[in-house]
Ligand binder design. Structure first.
Ligand code: FES
Length: 160
């Protein structure tokens, strides 16, 4: 079902773990399945630009979610924050040689996490925030809320 590249990133993901004292840390959720991803980023200023100096992730989800998180971090590491903001879930899926149709939503989790991290960074630094990033942030908040409600609901079921 998964391509060889997906399996490679799933078995041996890049950039998995936490950063000590990251410049920004965000958690996002996938409302389709309830999986969660946390992204840690260090941003460094070089000349006039700000770069994603380092990025790590922790993902609680399926194999595709782990593989897409791994590729997303590879794609944005070393990029300017403007370049990183352009990351789309299709870029992630392409880099993995495609994903099964029913798993495309998994690559969305990683792109949402990257956008949300950059939104939070811009907000904390008092930087300008584009309408696109603002919209992505609102959608990330709604998704996270839906996941939390879903988890609370499940908790109630388990509590009997
Ligand atoms: S099934 Fe949840 S991210 Fe893949």
């Amino acid at each position: 079902m998964y391509s060889e590249k997906v399996m490679k990133h799933f078995r041996n993901p890049s950039n998995m773990g936490e950063l000590d004292e990251p410049d920004v840390e965000v958690q996002v959720g996938n409302p389709t399945c309830g999986d969660m991803m946390t992204v840690y980023m260090d941003i460094e200023k070089k000349g006039d630009d700000k770069y994603v100096e380092d990025v790590k992730f922790e993902t609680f989800g399926c194999g595709a979610a782990i593989a897409t998180s791994s590729v997303a971090t590879e794609l944005v590491k070393g990029e300017t924050i403007e370049e990183a903001e352009e990351l789309e879930f299709e870029d992630i899926a392409d880099k993995l040689g495609g994903l099964p149709k029913i798993k495309m939503h998994c690559s969305n989790l990683a792109s949402v996490a990257v956008h949300e991290a950059l939104y939070q960074y811009r907000k904390e630094e008092g930087m300008e925030i584009s309408q696109k990033l603002e919209k992505q942030h609102k959608s990330a908040l709604e998704s996270k809320k839906a996941v939390e409600e879903r988890r609370e609901g499940q908790g109630k079921v388990f509590e009997g």
